[in-house]
Ligand binder design. Structure first.
Ligand code: FAD
Length: 477
């Protein structure tokens, strides 16, 4: 059975950061909007099974680490205990509050939220099928649509064992049990964030990564600082290693680990978390009835306005490409809606910051040193070690590093990398610097509050000129 609704200005498929931002802005600009998602409330991966639950658990892990380390300077929290049920409950409550807030904001804007699975009938019509058999399908005619269907964890065939002990990130965030041992397959940001949460909760964690280093893509000097701390937290980190097979046993999962030299060994784990990347949800049913195209990696192809090859349909967020990050989706949503309103916005950011919310955090934006080397670009690098930061010492976390990637002739800041506590907050200043194309002398002149970690950005600029008060490093002639 089908109930045909009246024609709307905009249908948004997917209620994640891209989808709800687009729906909200379009409604704010006066459009009639229908927002469709499988879930009962907007939020998408980010709020239900990504950014927010992981950050809640990482906060708990940081509190535990701080409490354990405080004994070094005379504070002891004897009897520190972990109530996993309450921790899970708190994390779920954070998710509930945030997604309920989005529902409320959606209602205030008079957006019609439709729960169900969307299928395109043609380039002007979408049908929503509810999971509840008793509910009628809805058919909605639209002037424009935005596809914001996001992505899902990639699960290689060899790990698809239908065994509850093999987890993806969604299952790991459920925190159903704290296993005695956990193998994390993949040393990218999701593997490290979730792996360190479990390590803080008492699990013996082993991380296996195919590349030469954790966090492939990030600069080696930043990763080194994090890797040192991770080494202290986990049972083992195996680089240049692949997991070729998982064999279910009654007492655990036997993982076959193969090193780059061909050495093979088997190790047993209670659980295995597979965090080897994400794949776009681009096979939205019925899109084949439109002109929408996909590239070789199955991302939906869009132009700088985020318009697909089908003029009435736009696409944003994880489904259109890397980096698969919520803040990229937010920004693309604003571009698409501006264009729908007659504007000419383009998605052409100089920098999309990346933050790894481990302890310490790693954050970077713009050009990395690694990219500059690969591209053969001439750069200068100025580094300020946090051992020389008063604020870092007062936090007992002097291991951090702030670095600037500078174009030598123009002295323009092309990129910034930071590792240390709170790096994820510090990177925003760097985003302004890179996006606005400011020079290293501009950054040097800006007065930063003392004592703060943000001073490390200014002091890195001082280092470039050989004039840092707290680091003696004469400028090379
Ligand atoms: P999504 O958030 O993926 O939402 C898409 C929605 O569309 C989903 O609700 C899906 O169910 C729905 N949908 C799909 N197909 C249909 C259909 N046919 N009909 C109806 N509904 C449909 N990013 C960050 O920036 N910072 C972080 O700290 C961060 N941490 C993360 C941690 C983890 C563990 C994970 C897994 C991800 C994390 N991310 C983080 C990535 C972030 O969650 C995504 O980049 C972001 O959610 C993408 O937003 P989106 O709008 O493209 O789609």
């Amino acid at each position: 059975m089908s109930d045909t609704k009246s024609f709307v200005d905009l249908v948004v498929v997917g209620g994640g950061p891209g989808g709800y931002t687009a729906a909200f802005l379009a409604a704010d600009r006066g459009m009639s909007v229908v927002l469709i998602d499988d879930a009962p409330r907007p939020g998408g991966v980010c709020l239900f099974r990504g950014c927010m639950p992981s950050k809640a658990l990482l906060h708990a892990a940081k509190v535990l680490a701080d409490a354990r380390e405080a004994s070094m300077w005379g504070l002891s929290f004897d009897g520190l205990s972990i109530d996993v049920d309450r921790l899970r409950g708190w994390k779920n409550e954070v998710v509930r509050k945030l997604t309920s807030g989005l529902s409320h904001l959606s209602e205030q804007r008079k957006i019609s939220f439709s729960q169900g699975h969307a299928e395109f009938l043609d380039a002007q019509t979408v049908q929503v099928t509810s999971r509840e058999a008793s509910k009628e399908n809805e058919t909605i005619r639209f002037k424009n649509a935005i596809v914001a269907t996001g992505s899902r964890p990639s699960m290689p065939k060899s790990f698809q064992l239908d065994d509850p002990r093999v987890l993806d990130s969604t299952a790991a965030l459920e925190l159903e049990k704290i296993p005695a041992s956990l193998l994390v397959v993949g040393g990218g940001y999701i593997g490290l964030e979730l792996g360190t949460v479990y390590a803080a909760l008492g699990t013996k964690v082993t991380v296996v990564e195919l590349s030469k280093s954790l966090l492939p893509g990030a600069d080696a000097d930043l990763v080194r600082v994090l890797a040192r701390r991770i080494d202290q937290m986990v049972d083992g980190v195996c680089l240049e290693t692949s997991v070729t097979e998982l064999i279910p046993q009654s007492g655990g999962l036997d993982a076959v680990l193969e090193g780059s030299g061909g050495d093979i060994r088997t190790q047993r784990f209670d659980q295995v978390l597979v965090a080897v990347g994400r794949v776009p949800n681009s096979f939205v049913p019925g899109l084949e009835h439109t002109l929408v195209e996909r590239d070789s990696r199955d991302f939906i192809v869009v132009d700088p306005h985020r318009r697909t090859a089908e003029p009435s349909i736009f696409a944003i967020g994880d489904v259109v490409g890397e980096p698969m990050l919520a803040h990229k989706a937010f920004a693309e949503a604003r571009v698409a809606v501006d264009v729908l309103c007659g504007g000419s916005a383009e998605f052409d950011s100089q920098t999309i910051p990346a933050v790894v919310f481990t302890d310490p955090e790693v954050a970077w934006c713009g050009l990395t040193e690694g990219e500059a080397i690969t591209e053969g670009r001439k750069i200068s690098v100025a580094k300020f070690p946090w051992g020389a930061s008063g604020r870092a010492l007062t936090l007992n976390r002097p291991e951090g590093l702030t670095k600037l990637i500078i174009e030598p002739e123009s002295e323009r800041i092309l990129g910034v990398g930071v590792v240390g506590v709170g790096a994820g907050e510090l990177i925003s200043e760097a985003v302004v610097a890179v996006e606005m194309g400011i020079s290293v002398s501009d950054l040097k002149r800006l007065i930063h509050p003392h004592p703060t970690l943000s001073e490390t950005l200014m002091e890195a600029a001082d280092v470039f000129f050989g004039e840092s008060s707290h680091v003696y490093r004469p400028k090379r002639p």
